[in-house]
Write a protein that binds this ligand. Structure first.
Ligand SMILES: [Mn+2]
Length: 343
C-alpha cells in the first residue's frame, strides 16, 4: 500500500468537506462494511458525508449501523447525481475501475472532477484516483480501511459502529477467516476490533443465520444441477431463470452457493452460472483454491475479473451455450489445473 501521500490526505481532511463514498454495484459485505465504517469515521470530523451505492444491497446487510442513510443511486438518480456533482472528495471503495458502478451511475461519475481517493484490494486498478491505497494481497478493503485510519493516527476514533462495520467487511471477504488471504495481521486487527466494541457472535448471526425456506430449496436445486468434471478438477453449477422464479429468488439468495462446488475434495476450480433475463446476461462467479487464477480466466473469456481465487464474469449468450463455451475452454487449462491440484 502506497502511503507516501498520507500527509496530503491529512491536510485535505483537516477542514470539513463535502464527501461522497461510492461502493460498487451489487454491494457485498466488504463494500458496505468499508463504506459505512468510513462514513461513521468521517462524521466525527464534521465532514458532510454520504454513502452512495449504485443499487440496493441484499437483506443480510440491512442491519449495519448507518445503512438506512445510504443513498441508492438507481432509486434516486437526481439526488445521487447532485451529490456527485457537489462532492469535493469522492472515496471509491472495494473496486478497481469506475465502470464497476454500472452504466447508469458511470455517466455522472465520469463527468465530475473531485479529488478521488481509492481504497481497494482488487488486482490491476485503473488510475483515475489522485490517491490510491491498493493492496491486492489484502483480504479486504475493510482491512485496508483500518490501516488507512491507523496511518492517519486516528485509531482512537474507531468506536463500536466503525469497528462493527470493519469487522463485517473482513468477516465476509475472508469467508469467516477461512481464505488464505487471512493473515496473522488480519487476526490482530480483528482482535482490536473486538476490544473496540465489535460483537463477533452477533455479527456472524446477522450475516449467516438468515436463510429462508425458499433459499434452502434453491440451494437444493443448485446442488442438484452441479456437474463435476473430474479430469479438470472443476465443478460448476447452473441456475436458470425458471429455477430462480420457482423458489421466489431474492437478491443475495445465491451468495456462497459456488463454494459448495469448490468444497468437493477433487475440485480446485468452481463456477456458478446464473441466468438473468432482466439484464439479458448470464452472471458468473468463479472460485479456485491454490494458484489457479480465476481473475485471469475470467478476464480472458468472460468479461470479468477480480482476485486470484475469486472473480466475477458475464456472458451475453444463453445459459446453455455459455456453459458449453466454458467446457470447451477447459482443455486449454488442463495442464495448469492439474499442476495446481497436485501442488
Ligand atoms: Mn472486497
Amino acid at each position: 500500500m502506497n502511503l507516501g501521500k498520507i500527509d496530503e490526505i491529512m491536510e485535505l481532511l483537516s477542514a470539513p468537506k463535502k464527501i461522497v463514498i461510492v461502493s460498487h454495484r451489487n454491494p457485498d459485505g466488504d463494500a458496505y462494511g468499508s463504506s459505512l465504517a468510513l462514513y461513521h469515521f468521517l462524521l466525527k470530523f464534521d465532514h458532510l458525508v454520504t454513502v452512495l451505492s449504485p443499487n440496493d444491497a441484499p437483506d443480510f446487510l440491512k442491519w449495519l449501523p448507518g445503512q438506512e442513510k445510504i443513498v441508492i443511486f438507481e432509486k434516486e438518480v437526481k439526488r445521487g447525481t447532485q451529490l456527485l456533482e457537489e462532492a469535493e472528495i469522492v472515496f471509491t471503495l472495494d473496486f478497481n475501475a469506475l465502470q464497476r458502478v454500472g452504466p447508469k451511475m458511470l455517466i455522472p461519475l465520469e463527468k465530475i472532477r473531485p479529488i478521488f481517493i481509492m481504497i481497494d484490494h482488487h488486482q490491476q486498478p485503473d488510475d483515475y484516483a489522485e490517491y490510491a491505497f491498493v493492496d491486492p494481497e489484502s483480504c479486504s478493503t475493510s482491512q485496508l480501511l483500518y490501516q488507512f485510519i491507523e496511518k492517519l493516527n486516528h485509531l482512537d476514533y474507531i468506536d463500536k459502529d466503525v469497528a462493527t462495520c470493519i469487522y463485517t467487511g473482513i468477516l465476509t471477504d475472508t469467508g469467516s477467516f477461512r481464505f488464505p488471504s487471512t493473515t496473522s495481521l488480519t487476526h490482530r486487527i480483528v482482535a482490536n476490533l473486538l476490544d473496540l466494541g465489535a460483537n463477533n457472535s452477533e455479527i456472524y448471526n446477522q450475516i449467516h443465520n438468515v436463510n429462508t425456506y425458499n433459499r434452502v430449496q434453491l440451494l437444493g436445486r443448485a446442488l442438484k444441477n452441479l456437474i463435476v468434471l473430474n479430469e479438470y478438477h472443476t465443478a460448476y453449477i447452473t441456475l436458470s431463470q425458471k429455477d430462480l422464479r420457482e423458489f421466489n429468488f431474492r437478491k443475495g439468495d445465491t451468495e456462497g452457493f459456488v463454494n459448495y462446488a469448490l468444497s468437493i475434495a477433487n475440485v480446485i476450480f468452481a463456477a456458478i452460472f446464473i441466468e438473468d433475463r432482466n439484464q439479458g446476461i448470464i452472471k458468473i462467479s468463479f472460485r479456485s483454491s491454490g494458484n489457479f487464477s480465476v481473475n485471469e480466466f475470467s478476464r480472458n473469456h468472460f468479461n470479468g475479473g477480480g482476485h486470484i481465487n475469486a472473480a466475477g464474469g458475464r456472458s451475453e449468450e444463453s445459459l446453455q451455450s455459455t456453459t458449453k463455451n466454458f467446457t470447451k475452454i477447459l482443455p486449454n487449462y488442463k495442464a495448469e489445473l492439474i499442476a495446481s491440484y497436485e501442488k
